[in-house]
Design a protein around this ligand. Sequence first.
Ligand code: GDP
Ligand code: ZN
Length: 300
Amino acid sequence: MRIVAGTYHVEAESEEVLECSLRGRVKQKVGQQVSVGDLVQVERLDDGGCRIADLLPRHSALSRHGVARRREQVIVANVDQVVAVAAIASPSPDFSMIDRLLALAELNELDGLLVLNKADLAVSADTLDRPTDLPPEFEPYHGAGYDVLITSAKRDWGLEELRERLTDRITVFSGPSGVGKSSLLNSLMPGLDLRVGEVGRRKGRGRHTTVAAALYPFRGGGYVADTPGLQYLALWEVDPRALGHSFPELRGPADECRFADCVHRAEPGCAVREAVDTGVIAPRRYESYRDLLREAEEGR
Ligand code: GDP
Ligand code: ZN
């Protein structure tokens, strides 16, 4: 479903797209907005129009306020996974953005996958096969339990694996501009024709950043959500302790911290900081955690 100026574009089982209004009673009953990705029941009106009569239960959601659920704003309902896309080069990887997206996935209890595109730029032009070795700076993601998929939209490397990951699921695709998101999706979904652009300028992040969303049906089943702005979404109003939990490699050590409410900053007996000092946790991931912690605390 897509929402345009108060009109809800609902895809029916026949794949026909119905333009629906939202029945006032439904608004009251559900007490929340109907969001992109929601499953709804539609009724035909006598005048030939359609309206949403009921909202079916959600099995998951990507929300604006993580776990705090205060003034929750659902960006996409019924999502299964978040794919964070980065490029091996051009633009060079923005690790803090990758960590922000993966943390957002964890906070919403969604699977996170890292796609490392432009693998062709890491090898000479006559190389026929996709490089399989992960660049060392991406090892921590693997170590934290994330699948890292190496792709090249230009050379068609890794596209079949990506297609498999997307089939029959609702996927949010995000990352900085210029890493090849549109190129990957265009290769996987001929006819989609997303605009392939140049490496763009970074937009500011703000409390009022709006994150729009639209779903595109994936041939063979599933949907890909386009969510411009998601990569800049600030993690305000997130419980600092939930934030620690959203970095999988912090969870084990966090259990060993002296204080149960340790946020792993300067507390004595912090096993997370010890794990950073001994090289068990990658310093860069810990830095991202600290940045997001500061942000979460600012928003409180
Ligand atoms: P988006 O902003 O993430 O959607 O990125 P685009 O798909 O618009 O791609 C940005 C630029 O990178 C374009 O010039 C693409 O042609 C180029 N590009 C995309 N994928 C690859 C790739 O795998 N290898 C190389 N060398 N260039 C790519
Ligand atoms: Zn600690």
